[in-house]
Ligand binder design. Structure first.
Ligand code: FES
Ligand code: FES
Length: 79
């Protein structure tokens, strides 16, 4: 399996809104990080849905190598 592109080697802190759905970019190629903009179409990657259950800051993975996607789990420290 191909490796996703590293969008940035740290998470994105995003204010999410309760009840809203977000599509996290798994391929790393979106120009609208950390979210999908359709750029994955030429890759084997697909975006991952994140449904916000409360309004808060979510730390979305930017390195695309988290073990707890779409959230950052600190794995970027080893990338
Ligand atoms: Fe990366 Fe859609 S642009 S998953
Ligand atoms: Fe990917 Fe932290 S940014 S694990």
């Amino acid at each position: 399996m191909a490796e996703p592109m590293i969008a940035q080697n740290k998470p994105y802190g995003i204010e999410v809104e309760s009840g809203k759905d977000y599509w996290w970019c798994a391929c790393g190629q979106s120009v609208n990080q950390p979210f999908c903009d359709g750029s994955h179409k030429a890759t084997e990657f697909r975006p991952m849905q994140y449904s916000a259950t409360k309004s808060e800051t979510v730390w979305f993975c930017g390195c695309k190598r988290s073990g707890d996607k779409p959230s950052c789990d600190g794995s970027h420290k080893n990338v």
